[in-house]
Design a protein around this ligand. Structure first.
Ligand SMILES: O=C(O)[C@H]1O[C@H](OP(=O)(O)OP(=O)(O)OC[C@H]2O[C@@H](n3ccc(=O)[nH]c3=O)[C@H](O)[C@@H]2O)[C@H](O)[C@@H](O)[C@@H]1O
Length: 437
């Protein structure tokens, strides 16, 4: 052993150099050895301290706001008490009910869909990674709301295949409502990686587990109106081209539609994509214009209102959350079963895509006028050129396919929907004396 040690000690770090110093400088060499040992010792201590710092104190993470680090977060899950909560939340309580895994359940659409499913007696289990793309306390408040109606949200990431497999082991979900995603059109230029992480890698991770589950669930998931990109044919129909995305966000949603095709084709998964058109309403997303316009109008801050070239109008087919929820439930209720089992396809399976919009685009400047009336405050309008960061000039949904096949019929105009949003906003932020971040 000692022989071996001395042999190892003799190996020069830079072959050739060491040999030259060998015989004439024995003393030097001994001194060199002891300082090398000291150096190694202190390096280990230093390395150890760094490791302790990283693993023990996530709050002192040097980049807490960088969502590309989200995948490094660890979540606690598992154990008999946890499994019991999972089972109880997913238990179907009505005749002919379905059991649904809702990803992104602490999100805007996820919360509303989960609550609606639970209300009619379906089994619902939520999954959410509670990331900090926008104020996580709003997500926690939505979680508390769902908790009160008996929906448990598991904390975890859709990229965690072991967690997903565990969930399917504990519950034989008949359906997955996949709403977890990195949303927002403009943020894709700041953090492209988070779009790939959630909307592509996360989707594949989920579909991998679904295709191997036995029985395979039917999946309904959130695509986006943004897939129409630079398409100029209005209103946008599902038959129109979607190969000119204007943002990376749109490109990842379009990629999702292609990935859905692949898993349907190879594994017989039943897949339905819903192209949502600018969804708004109570408990909405603070990164969306109607939400932060409201906050900034109340604060007396100026709001940037985009216009296209030559004072061209920028407009959106704003769609109220309750209409979207009805569309989601109708999509779940009309799914056919997946046809595969054990990762093998047995026959062709259902593959669908629907527009869920309002069919009545409203210029952004009109949205601001409605908010001014509801808030009784004049906005400080800062008209600026539509930046080249992913926004398109207008969206307009043709919903005849969803109408025909899902019975989808939106019934809330922007004025009515914003009135409900403003009422919620004032009671959430002022009633609770919270400040909108
Ligand atoms: O329909 C969709 O698929 C997409 O709808 C929204 O995207 P967007 O329509 O851009 O919604 P907002 O960011 O709320 O913008 C609404 C309108 O306000 C305009 N806007 C936005 C921000 C701003 O500072 N000023 C401004 O005039 C935008 O150009 C747009 O016309 C969501 O943010 C996306 O996640 C979703 O996928």
């Amino acid at each position: 052993m000692s022989k071996q040690m001395s042999h190892l000690d003799d190996i020069p770090s830079t072959p050739g150099k060491f040999k030259m110093e060998k015989s004439p400088f024995v003393h030097n060499r001994l001194r060199w050895h002891s300082s090398l040992a000291k150096l190694t010792f202190w390096s280990f201590i230093f390395l150890g301290l760094i490791l302790i710092f990283f693993f023990r104190s996530p709050s002192s993470n040097p980049l807490p706001q960088d969502p590309s680090r989200r995948s490094l977060r660890t979540y606690n899950w598992g154990g008999p008490a946890w499994e019991k909560r999972v089972r109880s939340s997913a238990r179907v309580r009505s005749h002919n009910g379905i059991s649904v895994l809702v990803t992104g359940a602490a999100g805007f659409v996820g919360t509303h869909v989960s609550a609606a499913l639970k209300r009619r007696g379906d089994g619902v289990l939520g999954l959410d990674n509670f990331n900090d793309y926008y104020d996580p306390s709003l997500k926690r408040a939505r979680q508390a709301l769902l908790e009160r109606s008996g929906v448990f949200i598991v904390e975890g990431d859709i990229n965690d295949s072991a967690l997903l497999r565990k969930l399917f082991e504990v519950v034989a979900f008949t359906h997955v409502m996949h709403l977890a995603a990195q949303a927002g059109v403009r943020y894709a230029m700041e953090n492209p990686g988070s779009y790939v992480h959630s909307n592509i890698a996360g989707l594949v991770s989920l579909l991998e587990v679904c295709k191997s589950a036995n029985p395979q669930p039917a999946i309904v998931w959130a695509s986006s109106s943004s897939v129409y990109g630079l398409n100029t044919k209005v209103p946008f129909s599902e038959k129109d081209r979607t190969d000119q995305p204007a943002s990376l966000y749109a490109a990842t949603k379009k990629a999702g539609e292609e990935i859905a095709h692949t898993y349907n084709h190879i594994y017989g998964l039943s897949l339905t994509g819903l192209r949502f058109f600018t969804v708004y309403g109570p408990w909405g997303r603070p990164d969306m214009a109607y939400f932060f316009f409201t906050r900034d109008i109340l604060k007396g801050k100026s709001i940037p209102i985009f216009e296209a070239a030559n004072h061209g109008t920028v407009a959106r087919d704003f769609t109220y959350i309750d209409d979207i929820v009805k569309g989601c439930l109708a999509a779940l209720d009309t799914t056919e079963k997946s046809t595969g089992s054990g990762g093998k396809k047995k026959g062709p399976a259902q593959l669908r895509v629907y527009n869920l919009g309002n069919t009545s685009p409203v210029p952004v400047s009109d949205l601001v006028s409605i908010l001014e009336r509801l808030l009784k405050v004049n906005a400080k309008r800062d008209i600026m050129k539509l930046p080249r960061n992913g926004d398109v000039q207008f969206t307009h949904a043709n919903i005849s396919l969803a109408q025909r096949e899902l019975g989808y019929k939106p019934s809330t105009d922007l004025q009515t929907g914003l009135k409900k949003f403003v009422r919620w906003y004032l009671s959430y932020y002022n009633g609770g004396k919270k400040a909108a971040g």
